[in-house]
Structure formats: structure tokens, C-alpha cells
Design a binder for this molecule. Structure first.
Ligand SMILES: [Zn+2]
Length: 384
């Protein structure tokens, strides 16, 4: 048997004390086997004496399809190709593609969880964009465009929070345009950032109560003498909470005026020297509409159910944070010696939002995105 080596391969037995722990010296390679995509290793964990394949905890586990085909299908899902077209091109059923998506979204969440936590973020931009689930008329919207709670409205919104500093997608949520959805987004965002960042959004009324539900101080009132109940405590914005809105007013279909309003935390906003802006998230919305077929305006595509929509967005979040280089973070490579064989030298060092923020040190490949193993958060070193 080969000498044990740090394989970066965790034990995949949930009953083992070393389950999902990486580089603990418990895993050694036993043998290899041939798959459609080449040789794959069989590992053995010395703690629990189980053997397992290297694809065990990955998107590719136990699939009869080649890895290349799975990757191609997932790339197309993020490349504005309709589900039916993917099935047609690759000769697989739509259900098969959706099963690959389910696995990919699960893996993406495993990657997002340890990467996105305790983030020192000063500014968060919020926005949401709508799409249809099922072909239902969007008739139940109220006059301000907000759909009532539990409505049968076919429209669903992709709610997103973004840290503009490194263009990281902090949290995505898919749901109706209600206060509850805003609250979900706020809770998911608060769970990954350190302290209280400044929040900017263009005008939806649901965010301020949702922000206050997550960040607040309780103001209590003294008992009014002997009789009567004391007034119940009231939630007030903490001094650090900043919430600014941008609203664009149009006249005859043209942009007339942009109004900036600080709803709370004007002092801190001035101290930080930030200005209210939602430009980064507006640009990201455009990217999303170019990536996901059902978000394309006037598209024939639509999401069959909310879960599928969530999966695509979560997968896109991981891809966008660690695997897609962004032009604004690329560094020029200077003073390169010419290649001996006359080949063109790369001119840029490509970096992803995750690299720019120091969360990872390289551009992840698609295979990495689908096979990465991350330790559970409570086993990792760091502040958490
Ligand atoms: Zn084990």
C-alpha cells in the first residue's frame, strides 16, 4: 500500500470521527478505477476502515454520464440556454439536467458557507428582479407593485444583496415581493457580515422594517405608576445602522430626477464618507439576466417552481464569487519575457471577487466548483 499522503480528501463516512475533515493523515489511496472521464482513486480512511471513491461527496458521484457532459450542461444553465435546449443538445432528459443542478447547488452551498462568513463589509446594496413561476397572470400586485402575502401571483423575485467593495454576492433569496422575503434576505445577509454595514436600496418600503427586525435596540418605557400596563418596548434603529434609498423619478418615460434619501444613520454615513449608490447591484442584475434564461426579458422560459430558481441562483452565486474572473480585479502582468516558442503571453492576472477579497487564492475551475470539499465551519480555524 502506498504511503499515506495528505490527499485533501476527507472521509465520507458520517459516522466516522474524521468525517469531512481534511488533511488529518487518516486517508490513504488504495487503488484506482477507470471511468468515462479517466482514472479515479479509491481511498481508505484508517479511522473507520471504510473505503470510498474520490467522487463520493461530489456532483459526479455514481453518475453514468461523463464529467464533461455534466459540466457542459451546468455551463449552459449559467449561459442563458433554456433547459429544453440543453436536453436537446446533450441528448438527456430535462429531469436529468435538473438532478445535476440539484447536486451542483448543494455543492455550491457547501462552498459558500465557509467562504462567506464574518465578512468585514461596510456597504451592502440590495435589489430584486422578477420572473415568472408557472404561467400565471401577475394580477394580484397592489398599486405599488408589491404582491400581497401568500398571493397566487405567478411572479417571483430574485432578491440579492451584494458587497460592492469586491462585488461579492452575499445572499440570494427567491420569493414573492413581500416583507417576509425582505426579512429573509436581511437575515441571510446579517449572518455572513461582521457588524452592521450600510444598506442602500432604491425605494422598496419593505426593507426598513426588515432591517429593524434584524438590527435594533429595544427602547423600554417606565411603568406608569401602580395601575395599568407598561408600554411595550419599541424597536429602534441602532446608532450604527445606515439605510439609504435612491429613487429614480421619470417623466414621460424619461429619467427626470434621482432622489437620494437617508432613512437612518445620516451621521455614520457622513463619517464613512460613503454616498448612496446602487450601481454595482444594478450592473449585477444585468449579468444575472444574461446568465439565467428565465430572467431574460420577454423570455419564453420560466421557472417551474421556486426551488429550481433558488438552486440556479445559489449555484450562480458560488460561480460568480470564486470561478468567474472580473475585469475590474484583473492585474496587468508587466515585464514578461517573450515566450520561447513565440506563443502569446497572458497580459492579465485574472482575479475573481473571492480572490480580490482574499477568500481564495486562485480562479476555481469548473471541476473544482463541483468537487470541492470544505470542512464544516466549526472545525475550521479563524474567528468563527
Ligand atoms: Zn473515516
Amino acid at each position: 500500500m502506498r504511503k499515506p499522503k495528505a490527499w485533501s480528501q476527507p472521509c465520507s463516512n458520517p459516522d466516522c470521527a474524521s468525517y469531512r475533515l481534511i488533511n488529518r493523515g487518516n486517508v490513504s489511496a488504495l487503488s484506482t478505477y477507470l471511468t468515462q472521464s479517466g482514472k479515479r482513486r479509491i481511498f481508505r480512511c484508517k479511522d473507520c476502515e471504510r473505503t470510498f471513491s474520490e467522487t463520493r461527496e461530489t456532483v459526479f458521484f455514481d453518475l453514468r454520464t461523463s464529467e464533461e457532459k455534466v459540466i457542459m450542461a451546468l455551463k449552459m444553465l449559467l449561459g442563458k440556454v433554456a433547459l429544453s435546449a440543453i436536453g436537446f443538445v446533450l441528448g438527456v432528459t430535462e429531469e436529468t439536467v435538473l438532478e445535476w443542478l440539484r447536486r451542483a447547488a448543494h455543492k455550491a452551498q457547501e462552498i459558500n458557507d465557509p467562504l462567506l462568513r464574518d465578512l468585514p463589509v461596510t456597504e451592502v446594496q440590495l435589489d430584486e428582479m422578477w420572473s415568472f413561476i408557472r404561467r400565471k397572470p401577475a394580477q394580484q400586485a397592489e398599486t405599488d407593485g408589491e404582491s400581497p402575502e401568500l398571493s397566487e401571483d405567478g411572479r417571483q423575485w430574485v432578491w440579492i444583496s451584494v458587497a460592492p467593495e469586491f462585488r461579492r454576492i452575499l445572499a440570494p433569496f427567491v420569493g414573492p415581493w413581500t416583507w417576509e422575503s425582505a426579512l429573509q434576505l436581511m437575515q441571510m445577509t446579517a449572518a455572513v457580515v461582521l457588524g452592521i454595514p450600510c444598506f442602500f436600496r432604491d425605494g422598496f418600503s419593505g426593507y426598513l422594517p426588515a432591517l429593524l427586525a434584524v438590527y435594533h435596540t429595544l427602547k423600554t418605557f417606565p411603568r406608569p405608576g401602580k395601575r395599568g400596563r407598561p408600554k411595550p418596548p419599541v424597536k429602534e434603529p441602532p446608532p450604527d445602522l445606515v439605510y439609504g434609498q435612491v429613487s429614480q423619478q421619470t417623466r414621460q418615460g424619461r429619467l427626470h430626477e434621482v432622489v437620494y434619501r437617508v432613512c437612518c444613520g445620516a451621521e455614520r454615513l457622513a463619517e464613512l464618507g460613503l454616498s448612496i449608490s446602487t450601481s454595482v447591484i444594478e450592473r449585477l442584475n444585468l449579468t444575472l439576466r444574461h446568465a439565467l434564461a428565465p430572467l431574460v426579458s420577454k423570455s419564453q422560459c420560466f421557472w417551474k417552481e421556486r426551488t429550481l430558481m433558488r438552486r440556479r441562483v445559489v449555484f450562480l452565486q458560488a460561480f460568480s464569487n470564486v470561478a468567474r474572473p472580473h475585469m475590474s480585479f484583473c492585474l496587468p502582468l508587466l515585464d514578461q519575457a517573450p515566450h520561447t516558442s513565440g506563443l502569446m503571453q497572458p497580459k492579465w492576472h485574472h482575479r475573481t471577487p473571492g480572490m480580490a477579497a482574499g477568500l481564495t487564492d486562485h480562479v476555481w475551475t469548473w471541476r473544482e466548483l463541483l468537487t470541492a470539499t470544505c470542512e464544516p465551519i466549526h472545525h475550521q480555524s479563524g474567528s468563527g
